[in-house]
Unconditional design. Sequence first.
Length: 336
Amino acid sequence: MKNKIKAVALFSGGLDSILAIKLIQLQSIEVIGVNFKTPFFSLNGASEVLKNLDLNLEIIDITSELLEILKNPPHGLGKNMNPCLDCHLLMFKKAGEYMAKIGASFVVSGEVLGERPMSQNRNSLSIIERESGLEGKIVRPLSALLLAETIPEKEGLVKRNKLLDISGRARRRQIELAAKMGIKDYPSPAGGCKLTEPEFSKRLKDLFTQKDFSLEEIELLKLGRHFRLGEEVKLVVGRNKGENEKIPEFFQEGDLLFKAKNLKGPLSLLKRALSAERGNFDDFIVKSAQITARYCDKNEGEDEEVDIDCFDKSKKYQKTLKVKLLREEELGTWRI
């Protein structure tokens, strides 16, 4: 009995990748999905989609490789900290490695020609093919008729006349095709990648100025207001109840937590405070208390003072500071 043809598909959870997979599955080809894990993007709630797609999914963590790319992306950055072309290239390389591992014949992608200016133009698609080592082995079902014939098509593994000629940013044809296929549950289009967000990118650039950092500190960039108080010392101030509840999850030895004694207000986390130079330690404590006080539920006034509790994780260091509220314009020096 002839072995069934297998393909590896890049699966983001979005409509384009769902449709690309379905078009290949309809040709009686077994498709195995790969999704890439990083702190910057995720599956976007695609678990429900998977139930109806008949797709086994392999999760591949590319965090360490992507962090190295971010330090010096060979093909440059977008408007923010997004190395879109190099990120996509990394994904295809990893998909190619997995393809070889499981004995699949080609890689499937939901890319649409011209849909994304940096990573889905003809030049970018050619670079990905060439530099990933997958030249001729990437099938893009949604735009295949606008692109060169691939090896799987030439060899008759994939029927070219069953593929499409979609291009551009409009999604009308994808939505119509989804309805025709009975696909109803799919996420709304969104950037999805934190690296494309100006505020997050600014915070990440700042984090890169530290000598070292953890993955937990990257996750912390997604919460609160951030203030750089020293080369290795940063204050994160909760903006709402949800963030105040999450910030303690990042509270580690060497950090300090700040909270108003008798007022409603934020929880603030001072990272690496206890490892700071002793000459700056008291200054960090006072600034952190003042910034925390600034966001408490109290009418602002130059003579008003607030009691702020400060403590470390083991509660060996505990202190209450009476501080004046800072004015908004005074925060600019430290705000990230």
